[in-house]
Design a protein around this ligand. Structure first.
Ligand SMILES: C[S@@+](CC[C@H](N)C(=O)[O-])C[C@H]1O[C@@H](n2cnc3c(N)ncnc32)[C@H](O)[C@@H]1O
Length: 423
C-alpha cells in the first residue's frame, strides 16, 4: 500500500469523527442509533494509540461502542451499563457471531407465529395508542406475543427482542426522534409497517453478520455487566489498562424519559412514576427530576470523603443555584442535581481506582454545563475528584465549543466538550 504523506496523514487523522452519527456506516455499530453514544472510529484511534493496553473498560458503556470495537480489534474488554433497555441493546449487538442459518430459522418461526396469532385484547398502553395506528399497534403486539411464546435459543431470543425494539420508532408516524419522547404535534413522512420494518432490519443485520463472520481476524473477549459505574462490582481489582468512556453529562438529559416508548411497549405501564422506577435506581443523577427527594440528604452528601477535593467550590455554586432558582418560573432543583452528580462521579473515580492497574490511562469524554447560567467547571472538578481518588494527573483536551452561536439560548455562558485524560 502507498505510504501516506505527512499532509495526507494529518487530513486523515482530522477526519476521525467523534459523534455517533459516523457509526451509522459501520457494521454492527449501525444496528442501533444511540445519539448519546460516541464514534467507534474514534474509539479505535484510542485503542491504536495504546497497543499494549490488554484490558479495556467502559464503565458507562451505553449501546456498547467501546466493547464492540475492542472485541473486533482483538482486545479484552468490560462494559458496565445501568439502563436495562440500553444494556439489552448492547447485549444483542455482541451476538453478531451466532450461527446465521439457525438464527434465520428462529426469525422465520417468530414471523409465522406472529402472523397467525389471535390477539383478543382491545386496549394498549395509552402512550402507544397515541402514536400508532390501530393496525400498527396490533401488529407490534402480535410480534411481542409471538416473541413471548417462542421457545428458541436464548441468544436468538435476545436478537429478536432487539429487532422488535429497534422497529418501534420507525413504525410510528408521530415525531419520535431517536431517544426523545414523542415530539408533540410533529409527524414523520416515512413510516414502515411493523412486519416490513422487521424484515428490513433482519436482512441488514444478517448482511453485517456475514461480513464479520467471514473475516479472518482474531477477536477479543467482551464482557457486558448490568451494573453501576459507582461500584464496578464484577470488575476485578487492578485489572484494567485503559478506560474509554463518556458519562451522562450534567445537562438535565433524562435517560428514563428518552426510553418511554420502549418501556411502555415491553412493560406495559402508563404510570410515569413506575416507568422511572424501572430505570432510575442505578443511573447517575444528571437531571433535576432525579433528585427532588434528596433535600434531606444535602449535608450527608457534602460530607462524603470522595467529594472533599471540590467541596468548597461546589458549595459556592450550590448556594448560588439554590438562590437563583427562586427567581425562576420552573424553580428547578439544579443545585441538588449538581451536588448528586459530582458525588456520583466522585464515587465512580473511587471505583475506577480500585479496578485500574498502576499505569492505567483513562479517557473521559465530557461536556461542562451552566444551569441557570451558573457555570459548573466539569473538566476541572472531575480531574480533581480523580486525583482525590488516587490518580496522579489529569489534562483536558478541548474538542469543540458549545453554546457560542445558537440563537434563543437559555444563557450566554460559553461551554465546551472534550476529553479528560487521567493517569
Ligand atoms: C453518554 S452515554 C454513553 C454512550 C456510549 N459511549 C455509546 O457509545 O453508546 C452514558 C451511559 O451511561 C449510562 N449510565 C448512567 N448511569 C450509570 C451508572 N451508574 N452505571 C453505569 N452506566 C450508567 C446511561 O444509561 C448511558 O447509556
Amino acid at each position: 500500500m502507498k505510504e501516506l504523506t505527512i499532509k495526507e496523514k494529518k487530513v486523515k487523522k482530522d477526519k476521525v469523527s467523534t459523534t455517533f452519527a459516523s457509526n451509522m456506516k459501520l457494521p454492527i455499530h449501525k444496528w442501533f442509533r444511540y445519539t448519546a453514544g460516541f464514534s467507534a472510529e474514534w474509539v479505535k484511534s484510542v485503542l491504536d494509540k495504546y497497543p499494549n493496553a490488554k484490558s479495556i473498560l467502559d464503565p458507562f458503556v451505553g449501546s456498547g461502542t467501546v466493547i464492540l470495537e475492542s472485541q473486533l480489534n482483538g482486545r479484552m474488554s468490560y462494559g458496565v451499563e445501568a439502563h436495562r433497555l440500553i444494556y439489552k441493546v448492547a447485549e444483542a449487538k455482541l451476538l453478531w457471531d451466532v450461527n446465521i442459518e439457525s438464527f434465520v430459522e428462529s426469525s422465520n418461526k417468530l414471523i409465522e407465529l406472529a402472523e397467525n396469532i389471535k390477539l383478543k385484547r382491545k386496549a394498549y398502553p395509552k402512550l402507544l395508542e397515541r402514536i400508532y395506528s390501530k393496525e400498527t399497534i396490533k401488529d407490534l403486539f402480535k410480534l411481542k406475543a409471538a416473541w413471548q411464546k417462542l421457545n428458541i435459543d436464548d441468544d436468538h431470543k435476545k436478537l429478536l427482542w432487539f429487532i422488535i425494539t429497534s422497529i418501534l420508532r420507525v413504525s410510528s408516524s408521530a415525531g419520535t426522534a431517536q431517544w426523545q419522547y414523542v415530539l408533540p404535534g410533529k409527524t414523520k413522512s416515512k413510516v414502515l409497517l411493523p412486519f416490513t420494518a422487521f424484515n428490513k432490519k433482519l436482512e441488514a443485520m444478517i448482511e453485517d453478520m456475514e461480513v464479520l463472520q467471514n473475516e479472518n481476524v482474531e477477536r477479543g473477549n467482551a464482557t457486558l455487566i448490568k451494573g453501576d459505574a459507582r461500584t464496578l462490582i464484577g470488575i476485578p481489582n487492578d485489572s484494567i489498562d485503559l478506560v474509554i468512556t463518556s458519562p451522562p453529562y450534567a445537562n438535565n438529559y433524562d435517560y428514563a424519559d428518552a426510553t418511554r416508548i420502549e418501556l411502555s411497549f415491553w412493560h406495559e405501564i402508563d404510570n410515569w412514576g413506575e416507568l422511572q422506577s424501572l430505570i432510575r435506581p442505578d443511573i447517575i443523577r444528571a437531571c433535576t427530576q432525579h433528585v427532588a427527594h434528596i433535600k434531606n440528604e444535602i449535608e450527608e452528601l457534602f460530607s462524603a470523603d470522595s467529594l472533599l477535593p471540590i467541596r468548597d467550590e461546589l458549595r459556592e455554586q450550590f448556594d448560588l443555584l439554590a438562590k437563583i432558582r427562586l427567581t425562576k418560573g420552573g424553580k428547578k432543583n439544579y443545585h441538588l442535581m449538581a451536588l448528586a452528580y459530582f458525588k456520583d462521579l466522585a464515587d465512580t473515580f473511587v471505583a475506577l481506582r480500585r479496578v485500574c492497574k498502576k499505569d492505567a490511562v483513562i479517557c473521559f469524554v465530557i461536556g461542562d454545563s451552566a444551569p441557570y447560567g451558573i457555570y459548573l467547571p466539569v473538566d476541572k472538578w472531575l480531574g480533581e475528584l480523580a486525583i482525590g481518588a488516587g490518580f496522579s494527573e489529569y489534562k483536558f483536551e478541548k474538542t469543540r465549543d458549545r453554546n457560542i452561536k445558537w440563537k434563543n439560548r437559555k444563557h450566554r455562558v460559553p461551554l465546551k466538550e472534550g476529553r479528560l485524560w487521567i493517569k
